[in-house]
Design a protein. Structure first.
Length: 67
């Protein structure tokens, strides 16, 4: 009888820990997706700024940079 209670307790703790691990992984995955989306937006903004700087350089120097 005592062994059965111990086994049930061990299984319950294992299931609880498994649930916590899965919840943590889901939260991490959600944050990672959000960061990847933000990274794409930052790349687009950086490319836009690079274009503006090239235009400013051309306006100041009157020539285009070598590619």
């Amino acid at each position: 009888m005592e062994e059965t209670r111990i086994i049930i307790a061990i299984v319950a703790v294992g299931m609880s820990l498994g649930g916590l691990v899965l919840t943590g992984q889901r939260a991490t995955r959600t944050e990672l997706v959000a960061l990847r989306t933000e990274l794409v937006a930052l790349r687009e903004r950086m490319a836009h700024l690079e274009g503006l700087l090239e235009g400013l350089r051309e306006a100041i120097t009157g020539s285009r940079p070598a590619a």
